[in-house]
Design a protein around this ligand. Sequence first.
Ligand code: 5GP
Length: 195
Amino acid sequence: MSSEPIAGQRQEPAELMRGVGRVLLSEEAIRQRVAEIGQQISHDYAGRNPLLVGVLKGVVFFMSDLLRAVTIPVRVDFIAISRYDPRGRVKGPVRLIKDLDDNVEGQHLVFVEDMVDTGLTLSYLLRLLRARAPASLEVCALFNKPERRLANVPIKYKGFDLPDRFVVGWGLDYREAYRHLPFVAELKPEVLGLS
Ligand code: 5GP
């Protein structure tokens, strides 16, 4: 797929699109997969009123799609952590900036992530949540980059495996830009300052 505008789609500013490389996932493919995950979660958690927990901000897009795709009662909450360096290094230890609103002891948690890369962030957050004694804790991740994995993290509901490239769109940003793009694409190396 190319990054040329598709007929019928809104036009993004040329300046922004110059940084966007190969499109890896179309809107249609993402919507289809999210609908399937929503059905699966609805089936698995029927009668358990799970709490979906997301990490701000990238997950907001996936979370709102997922909330509309599930057909059982669910609740939602968010945490926020310190930011990630797009050149591939995590800046020091993960730091919690915003915690969950309520105590989650004895509750069924589904941890919803936009992207799992090294798995270090997820591994830290799962440890943090497990220490709060939930009744169950599973992971749902829309995008997964298995090639750079450093921590072994269990992903029960997975959207897509992606190659080891820095990608943007569908909630994923580069310096707060590109989040709104209705597809997932590679960011050109020159934008990242890697070329
Ligand atoms: P990990 O700790 O698994 O290496 O990093 C997970 C977080 O890094 C994701 O939640 C996301 O915020 C960020 N991240 C990892 N890969 C990418 C990427 O390709 N694009 C963007 N925009 N963020 C990424």
